[in-house]
Design a protein around this ligand. Structure first.
Ligand code: FES
Ligand code: FES
Length: 159
């Protein structure tokens, strides 16, 4: 066991964990940030996606030790001053979920995509979201939600 200081959603949090414990496990089981979901535990489903320094990352594959220097953002950190992020709002507006299990990973994946590309084509959205599995099959609505979010985030758009 060791002590690690993590930068999570803008706060510096101290946790005791073994160096190999996954970031996913630390977020859920030690920091009670349960919006990040455990799906496959093998990097295959995207349910555990968080942002590490702005990039979508499978937290089930990251040992906590190597996340200690990064800026970590989880689904709990996206809303600001009680206002949902544009992407969260777009998922709601498009009804882009059923059970919601994949949703936080999808939203963080989309956040990373729209950070890198402001106006992605449908093909680019599908390609970027490919590693995210939705067992409920809401893919078409998810694609619509990402398109809606990119319109909301376009320069000059009013939110
Ligand atoms: S739980 Fe991490 S990718 Fe499936
Ligand atoms: S909404 Fe159920 S897994 Fe995607």
């Amino acid at each position: 066991m060791g002590d690690f200081v993590l930068n999570v959603n803008g706060a510096r949090l101290r946790v005791s964990a073994s160096a190999e414990e996954t970031l996913l496990s630390v977020l859920r089981n030690r920091l009670n940030l349960t919006g990040t979901k455990y799906g496959c535990g093998e990097g295959q489903c995207g349910a555990c996606t968080v942002l590490l320094d702005g990039r979508a990352t499978r937290s089930c594959l990251v040992p906590v030790e190597s996340a200690a220097k990064a800026k970590i953002v989880t689904i709990e950190g996206l809303a600001q001053n009680g206002k949902l992020s544009a992407i969260q709002q777009a998922f709601l507006d498009e009804g882009a979920f059923q059970c919601g299990y994949c949703t936080s990973g999808m939203i963080l994946g989309a956040t990373s995509l729209l950070h890198e590309r402001h106006n992605p084509t449908e093909e680019q959205i599908v390609e970027a979201m490919e590693g995210h599995i939705c067992r409920c099959g809401t893919y078409p609505r998810i694609v619509e939600a990402v398109k809606r979010a990119s319109r909301l985030l376009a320069p000059g758009a009013s939110r």
